[in-house]
Write a protein that binds this ligand. Sequence first.
Ligand code: NI
Length: 170
Amino acid sequence: MSSESTDGILEVRKYPDPVLKKVSEPVTVFDQELADFVKVLFASMRVHDGVGLAAPQVGVLKKIAVVEYEGKSYILINPRVIDQKGLQEGEEGCLSFPGIYAHVTRPNWVKIESRDLDGGIVTFEGEGYTARAFLHEMDHLSGKLFIDYLSNLKRNAIKKKAAKHTGGRF
Ligand code: NI
């Protein structure tokens, strides 16, 4: 399903890698390959000290993401928001933007409908930072990045900073 290094850890694509702006395809096959990929996604997230990681961030354009926060793990497959409440503002980062953080306003509570590894429909809720992580990862599945919520001025400043980090010239 993806290019895997020998230790099973996947390389995280950094902005401005064009794969980050692409829309992922829904998962239609629920097999061992999917379960193995989710396992590697969790391992890659932990190695990079992330709270979440989405498949497109490792170059796989499938609607799959993982979140792990305060000892709880969540698998998001073809996820969608079915309910939300309130608003929160807070600092947000992304493994595809090393060292870059920005304030983003998001719903404070969300209920998510997802598939499990067998293709069954599951729902789970998240509040505060967990809700933020779900929504951030789900944005990745639509090719949306956290910098897309910022003003042009702030976004351009971050683009310049990100270009320096990744060695890009423009
Ligand atoms: Ni991210």
